[in-house]
Design a protein around this ligand. Structure first.
Ligand code: PEP
Ligand code: CO
Length: 453
């Protein structure tokens, strides 16, 4: 049985299941009207791209490529402007360059972008100074300022989110198709404010060496190396808001099955992982590759069962496990999960999310993460896979090309007092440019040392 022919599955069969983490809209007619307009609009991605990503993720699972999945915790509608998008794309390009240099293998670039507008939350309500309002669930649902008007879920935001996703994707596609992404001109991706960052010299030396090699090869071959002037960037977001996902779920000509056309790689969040719940029901029937966030409370049998439900035919590239235990729990939890997956002979890509298990609040109530803990979890995940002879084939990071101060530590040695200075995230704290590059260099070092073993 393929995903395409699951009995009794339809894009709306999730409605018969328990559905967590959805907003309560005050007016159901307005919601249905917005959803039906969304369902008429063109897809954002194509089934060719989705299938190509699935093939590439299958390669990463075999150690032939490396997945770099990164971007905002939560995109905001206001940040859909050229400078912010270019900065984020530049970081993704620079990091992927560093990883290619370290791994000498293909890097699959996937942004948390063009649709990462809905957030799971621990509570439905938030109270401040005696006033209780709906919690902020991301710009696809409501707005973050603490006023009654902003917090009421507004179905029109589903359309605003889709439109911003389309504008974002259009700009990314234009930039990456040529010119900007040309490997002969990596100076296009330099960020002005970062020229004196500690890693800048190392980065530029590496870039010079790559571009000289490229030009040397081209001189020898007497032709330009194909595809070195364009790159692929795929999109991903948490498949959380099921009305939004359903409205963009379509059949395509000449292929079996259903595709979620709002993104290449939807993922199942940690809070909505119940195998009998609505989110799993929805993801079960689509042909896209699917990520699963795996955290410390995941029972190994529960995970094995979930993977079988989501990938009944063991299709390569279909499942990416995004492991996020936290630096203090990873050594206890990850080995058991790897063993369970191996014993059940399941074909998955293992990817490390060192962000979501390492969030804490400062004494003054600011949500942050420490660079040391993030590095430590990543390091542990690399080592655990090495000791088991399995492959860590990707990373999943929350970061921005903006010069924010949201995570402490790293090259700039940010401390808790620095967090007040440039904290912009409405949800989780992100690595800033310098911290992200530091992370890329340390991942590349791991890969290099593995190559030299
Ligand atoms: C996220 O990726 O922003 C997120 C909420 O992650 P998780 O489901 O792993 O907590
Ligand atoms: Co997050």
């Amino acid at each position: 049985m393929s995903n395409a022919t699951l009995n009794n599955w339809t894009p709306s069969s999730w409605r018969k299941k328990q559905v967590l983490q959805q907003p309560t809209y005050p007016d159901q007619d307005k919601l249905q009207d917005a959803v039906s307009r969304l369902g008429q609009l063109p897809p954002l991605v194509t089934s060719w791209e989705i299938e190509s990503l699935k093939d590439q993720l299958a390669e990463a699972a075999r150690g032939k490529a490396f997945l770099l999945q990164a971007g905002d915790c939560s995109e905001s509608l206001d940040d859909c402007e050229p400078d912010a998008l270019v900065r984020n794309l530049k970081v993704l390009m620079q990091m992927s360059f560093v990883l290619i240099y370290g791994s000498l293998s293909k890097v699959i670039r996937v942004g948390r972008i063009a649709g990462q507008y809905a957030k799971p939350r621990s509570n439905d309500k938030e109270t401040r100074d005696g006033l209780t309002l709906d919690v902020y669930r991301g710009d696809l649902v409501n707005r973050s300022p603490f006023t009654e008007g902003d917090r009421i879920p507004d179905p029109e935001l589903l359309l605003r989110g889709y439109e911003r996703a389309a504008l974002t994707l259009n700009f990314i596609r234009g930039l990456t198709a040529g010119g900007f992404a040309d490997m002969h001109h990596p100076e296009n991706w330099d960020l002005d404010f970062a020229s004196d960052s500690p890693r800048a010299d190392q980065y530029h030396e590496m870039v010079n060496s790559i571009t000289s090699s490229l030009r040397f090869m081209e001189a020898v071959m007497g032709a330009s190396i194909r595809q070195s002037d364009s790159v692929e960037v795929f999109t991903s977001h948490e498949a959380l808001h099921l009305e939004y996902e359903q409205a963009q779920t379509r059949r395509v000509p000449r292929r079996d099955g259903w595709y979620n056309m709002s993104t290449h790689l939807p993922w199942l969040g940690y809070r909505t992982r119940d195998v009998n719940g609505a989110h799993v029901e929805y993801l079960k029937g689509i042909c896209n590759p699917v990520g699963i966030k795996v955290g410390p409370k995941f029972d190994p049998d529960e995970l094995v069962n979930l993977i079988k439900v989501l990938n009944p035919n063991s299709e390569p590239g279909r499942i990416t496990l995004i492991h996020r235990y936290g630096a203090d729990e990873v050594a206890d939890k990850l080995p058991i999960i790897i063993d369970a997956v191996q014993t059940a002979e399941l074909d998955v890509l293992h990817c490390c999310d060192p962000m979501h298990g390492n969030t804490f609040s400062t004494k003054t109530g600011i949500k942050t993460r420490s660079f040391d803990k993030i590095s430590s979890e990543l390091e542990s995940q690399f080592k655990i896979h090495e000791s088991k002879g399995t492959i860590l084939g990707g990373v999943h990071l929350e970061l921005t090309g903006d010069n924010v101060t949201e995570c402490i530590g790293g090259v700039g040695n940010l401390g808790e007092p620095d967090l007040e200075r440039a904290y912009k995230s409405a949800v989780d704290p992100r690595l800033n440019y310098e911290q992200a590059m530091e992370m890329a260099f340390s991942i590349a070092d791991h890969m290099k040392s593995k190559r030299n073993d």
